[in-house]
Ligand binder design. Sequence first.
Ligand code: CP
Length: 334
Amino acid sequence: MTRWTRKDLLGLEELSREELLLILDQAKAFQQVSLRSIKKVPALRGKTVALCFLEPSTRTRTSFELAAKRLSADILQIQPSSSSLVKGETVLDTARAIEAMQVEIVVIRHSTSGVPAMVARAIRSSVINAGDGSHEHPTQGLVDLFTILEKKGRIEGLNVLIVGDILHSRVARSNLWGLTRLGAKVTVCGPPTLIPTGIESFGAKVSYRLEEPLGAADVLIALRLQMERQQEKYIPSSREYTRLYGIDREKLKGAKPDLILMHPGPVNRGVELSPEVADGPQSVILEQVTNGIAVRMAVLYLVAGAHSGSADSPVDAAVHPEPFESPQGKRSLT
Ligand code: CP
């Protein structure tokens, strides 16, 4: 049986298939906690989790906070505007100050790729990457794997199409590592200027046209056009982008009827998704948000165990994993 031994979760690139499945199994167990009238287990009682979001976030920050609370951890919020970062303190000095207060886990989002890894090397506390620049967003990648398993019962052999601003997307990179490691066939699609050169080495096919890969897809992941990363210079206009790559009801007529539509959020309504498909029957966008809590509970729980040297110690019986079941009732994680 695989044991979790990592102090940190910095990306999906370094995780084995077995480690990915361990997190997903643990998330499946924690999913039950949020369905109870008392949404709490004592797994992280006495531990402290610091949330350092140095870039805006709604879903990731709030679901990490809820996940930590549901595990009975104490929470420390580091707000960039009201911390000594505004006085010029470095991220490393901030992290060392947090470590000095015996905080076990530091969750970091930062606009620069590599900051969580740099902090993880400098402090003994566990570090979880909540999104760094255009590098990785590992917990979003895990949320997407979990949601696909919930909806499709497997990942192996599925055709997954990722459409949009691949160049700037940390979600796309985490999706690619996680999906290919679990056996999905991944195609990325978008304007040539928004597809990084050499993306094929991640194990993905590339298409600059939407129609053909959309017709074959079981899962469609639409990505946000990242206005704040100055994408405007990469495409003639957002209207042109929407005409070619925006997903609407008309384009979905060419897709499989059981295709599921995903988006990590936040959505630019009317740009990458029309409102009627974002809210339509194939959309699982809000289920992704819900699943974020169980997945982040699993990640917090596993790194806390590795931090205290008891990653394989039995969990409270209330949180033991129930393995995924395929629609045929047979255990089938991929
Ligand atoms: N998916 C995601 O990272 O959303 P937030 O920016 O709202 O956290």
